[in-house]
Design a protein around this ligand. Structure first.
Ligand code: G1P
Length: 295
């Protein structure tokens, strides 16, 4: 079985739910405490053993590429001023040259199309997809938990979590195989999935969270995938087709997810990461307690 060493991060979206900030700043670059949201997702993937990142970007997203590049003038200035700790910290986060690819999605045709744009770099290997809108705070990185499971069972694995029934139409929703019970098992077999179903038609209340381990055959299906929900080429629709010939499992990860593509979700993420931050955690917790008293 081939190891999972590559990850696709679709970062081409407009971020319309957090306008006007995203008019000039990609939503993936919005700051959560002291780093862009995207850095948390990259860290999650590095902890899982990912060695190559494929960012599917778009016009106006150049700051993402700059962020992962070395910043010569800044580094030189920090060194000359003796700010060694800050310099070391910056360099520690600097990815090795050649480990990141940036591919432009030329038309906003949907998530499935964005993933397909990465096909030449992925080649004939299983790969991870991480949707950077979603941050997952956990002891062990969510993708690392999934890769552990993958190394035992192979196939395709999707992170899922339960949502209140009236929220299912915001997500991709899975259909567990008959007899599989998520309350007693961490990994269950699936037999279907549907993107943004009407509440009355949802096959369960288990949403797709935005972390996937997929087999390369998916790329062939994405190539001719027809537009689905919202008139977009959906990853979920192509996965549902792949399920006819390959195993898919739903995985219950340990951790808390935050939807940073929405204003409230972003605010919640900032609070959660501030509370547990090494430098400002204590101060942040005190401020949150104080503001709770104000009501
Ligand atoms: C995407 C996926 C959906 C998934 C969601 C998770 O939807 O298409 O299946 O449940 O991310 O956040 P989007 O939020 O991009 O509309």
């Amino acid at each position: 079985m081939k190891r999972v060493t590559k990850a696709v991060l679709p970062v081409a979206g407009f971020g319309t739910r957090v306008l006007p900030a995203t008019k000039a700043v990609p939503k993936e670059m919005l700051t959560i405490v002291d780093r862009p949201a995207l850095q948390y997702v990259v860290d999650e993937a590095i902890e899982a053993g990912i060695e190559h990142f494929v960012f599917v970007t778009a016009r106006g997203k150049g700051s993402i590429e700059d962020y992962f590049d070395s910043a010569y003038e800044l580094e030189d200035s920090l060194q000359r001023k003796g700010k060694t700790a800050i310099y070391d910290d910056l360099k520690a986060k600097q990815p090795l040259e050649g480990t990141m690819s940036f591919i432009r999605q030329q038309q906003a045709k949907g998530l499935g199309h964005a993933v397909w744009c990465a096909r030449d770099v992925i080649g004939d290997e299983p790969f991870a997809v991480l949707l950077p809108d979603v941050l997952i705070q956990s002891k062990k990185s969510c993708l690392a938990q999934m890769i552990e499971a993958y190394n035992e069972i192979g196939g395709n694995i999707i992170a899922v979590d339960s949502v209140p029934e009236d929220r299912v139409s915001d997500y991709g929703v899975i259909k567990p195989k008959a007899g599989e019970d998520f309350r007693s098992k961490k990994i269950i077999a699936m037999e279907g999935m549907v993107e943004k179903p009407a509440v009355s038609e949802a096959p369960s209340n288990l949403k797709i969270t935005g972390r996937y381990i997929l087999q390369p055959e998916l790329m062939g299906l994405l190539k001719d995938q027809a537009a689905g929900a919202g008139g977009e080429i959906q990853l979920t629709d192509a996965m549902a087709r792949l399920m006819e010939t390959q195993d898919f499992h739903a995985f219950a990860y340990e951790g808390q997810d935050y939807d940073c593509g929405s204003k409230l979700g972003y605010f919640e993420a900032v609070m959660a990461y501030a509370r547990t931050h090494g430098d400002i955690g204590e101060g942040a917790r005190a401020l949150i307690r104080q503001s709770a008293k104000l009501g």
